[in-house]
Ligand binder design. Structure first.
Ligand code: AMP
Length: 587
């Protein structure tokens, strides 16, 4: 057997993370990190870059399967304490990592000391365990051997707390510096592979030019920036706008490899193939065009028309939908981009050419209308944009996307290549920080949510409350959420309880007001929960800056807002208030 160089102590990795976090200068952070990465052998290098990126596992579609409750159980067992102590520690620090460190500082770690390879293997064991009990046991085994400082880092990776994740740009810079590679080449390789570990390996081996997309492994999705109105559309484009309908479903990436294997990934890079068997089966008809990667939106669809988003909601979270449900809510993939075709990466190819290649696939005819093409049009004036907007709404779509035909595909970026004009522009993604028992028939469920935005984009930003609303969820969903909130309760005040901030909600409202009622300094008029965004992490919620920007747009009178009851589009002038007599925010 070939002898492997021993793996580096995990403590050194945790120390490096701590030093980087406490160092102010960006260059010093980069150099410190680079010096550490340079010393690592390939296996440790792969694991370390994944951990520094704030992720427990290399495969972005893999899940650890450890929620707050299970991690807590593993931790308190290792610390020889109880759940109450964990809650108190969390409340003191507002950080799982610091709470874990505090609890574990009171005892001696079990030998032998953890190496980077031990932690990588231990986390893989957690992910591969067959039951929650076994996952807790595997996690407990890691915590038992961890020092307080190691546990701090470990707990943060496991809970995917943002404050461990180094800014991606910094990690790329450190990889470039560690292996004397060109920074642009590192960035490009990372964009194409979607994998920082592979990028680091290619940099180390001086093979960055070989980077490419892997069919079967998801890459991050290109995102869109919001637009205020049709006039802004015309200001942003050069004479003519390329317009597509904005479908209201869930984003998906379809991979079809050379061996005929089909996989569908959601926006958070989860494998959702089994949840949408009809789409996966239909994609088989494209085998002769494989390998292939299509970007699109899954929407509920019947008789040539989209169904309401609420219909899709019944399909979400069903790992294996029943035959009846498949009949009741058929889903199609509306394709709008082609990222890889017949062995060629198209990410760096302009949209105009990607679209031509997508159209050449002959989707609806070949896939029995299970894969459709997005509706594309062009507009030369704001009036034409408005007409298209109304057309999209008449087709029961959410609004419009405006894309630059010359733009390349930018994974994970919210640039100006893609812009969105929505029915309810004024929604904010917030994180639930507290919940309250309802009234009347809802007195036995936690149906009122208090939510917050992030103070800044920084990884350790505070959460600032901005509003409170009743859910617009079904009774079943409210009951499920009640259980979830019970499990993540931090402190129970009777009517009200604070919860671990992990549930993201999209909130619509009629307008924003300056107010001292909430810590953000803003309040919402008629806030309502549009949906639970299980596809988003708390790190993706809106910041105070986006609230300020929305407030300024609103004052300019250019913003599109959803009105309270019907959710129809309406332009609200700076002075114009709407919705007299409607329910104002509770509390
Ligand atoms: P939002 O979720 O509001 O940030 O809007 C961006 C999302 O719109 C994308 O992530 C897609 O899921 C969705 N979308 C719907 N139709 C399109 C389209 N034609 N092109 C791109 N994205 C679309």
């Amino acid at each position: 057997m070939a002898t492997r160089d021993p793996s580096v102590a995990f403590g050194q990795l945790a120390d490096t993370a701590a030093t980087v976090a406490s160092t102010r200068s960006k260059n010093a952070k980069r150099d410190h990190l680079a010096a550490f990465l340079r010393r690592l052998e390939p296996q440790d290098l792969a694991a370390a870059t994944i951990f520094f990126a704030g992720r427990p596992l290399a495969d972005p579609a893999a899940k650890l399967g450890l929620g707050w409750v299970q991690q807590g159980a593993a931790l308190v067992a290792a610390a020889g304490t109880d759940e109450g102590a964990l809650r108190e520690a969390y409340l003191r620090h507002s950080d799982v990592g610091d709470a874990a460190a505090e609890l574990l500082a009171r005892r001696e770690p079990e030998p032998p000391a953890l190496t980077i390879a031990d932690v990588a293997a231990g986390l893989a064991e957690v992910a591969g365990a067959g039951s929650a009990e076994k996952r807790v046991a595997a996690m407990n085994a890691l915590f038992r051997r961890a020092t307080a400082d190691e546990a701090r880092f470990l707990a943060r990776i496991v809970s995917r707390e943002t404050r461990i994740g180094l800014r991606e740009g910094l990690l790329e810079e450190a990889v470039a510096a560690a292996f004397d590679a060109d920074l642009d080449a590192v960035r490009r390789a990372h964009m194409l592979t979607g994998a920082i570990d592979e990028t680091a390996r290619l940099a180390r081996e001086n093979r960055l030019a070989e980077a490419g997309l892997h069919v079967g492994r998801p890459i991050r999705f290109m995102l869109a920036s919001p637009l205020a109105d049709a006039a802004e559309v015309m200001r942003r484009v050069d004479g003519e706008a390329w317009i597509e309908d904005k479908y209201d479903g869930i984003r998906a990436q379809l991979h079809l490899d050379a061996a005929g294997q089909i996989r569908l990934f959601s926006r958070d890079l989860n494998d959702v193939t089994r949840s949408f068997p009809e789409v996966a089966a239909a994609a088989g008809a494209l085998a002769d065009a494989a390998p292939l990667v299509v970007d699109g939106e899954l929407v509920p669809w019947r008789a040539g028309s989209v169904l309401d988003f609420a219909a899709l909601q019944t399909r979400l979270g069903r790992v294996r939908p029943s035959a009846e449900l498949l009949q009741e809510v058929p889903v199609v993939l509306v394709a709008f981009d082609l990222l890889h075709h017949a062995g060629r990466d198209l990410i760096e190819t302009p949209l105009r050419e990607r679209r031509a290649a997508l159209e050449a696939l002959g989707l609806p005819e070949r896939t029995g209308e299970r894969l459709l093409l997005s509706h594309v049009a062009s507009a030369r004036s704001a009036e034409e944009v408005d007409r298209h907007f109304d057309g999209a709404r008449a087709r029961r779509n959410e609004g419009l996307m405006v894309k630059d035909p010359a733009s390349v595909y930018q994974p994970g970026r919210r640039g100006l290549g893609w812009l969105k004009l929505k029915k309810a522009l004024a929604t904010l993604d917030c994180v639930v920080v507290g919940v309250e028992w309802g009234h009347g028939k809802r007195r036995d469920v936690l149906s009122d949510y208090t939510f917050a935005v992030r103070e800044t984009d920084a990884t350790d930003a505070s959460l600032l409350t901005i509003g409170k609303a009743y859910t617009g969820l079904t009774d079943t969903e409210i009951a499920e959420m009640t259980e979830r909130f019970r499990a993540i309760t931090l402190r129970d005040f009777g009517r009200y309880r604070t919860v671990v901030p992990e549930v993201v909600v999209e909130i619509a409202f009629d307008r924003l007001m300056r107010s001292s009622r909430h810590r953000s300094g803003f309040a919402m008029r008629f806030p309502r929960i549009v949906r639970i965004r299980d596809d988003k992490t708390p790190a993706e919620t809106d910041t105070l800056a986006s609230v300020e920007a929305l407030f300024a747009e609103q004052a300019s009178g250019r913003i599109l807002l959803a009105t309270g009851a019907g959710g129809e589009t309406e332009r609200i002038a700076a002075s114009g208030a709407t919705g007299d007599g409607r329910r104002t925010e509770a509390g």
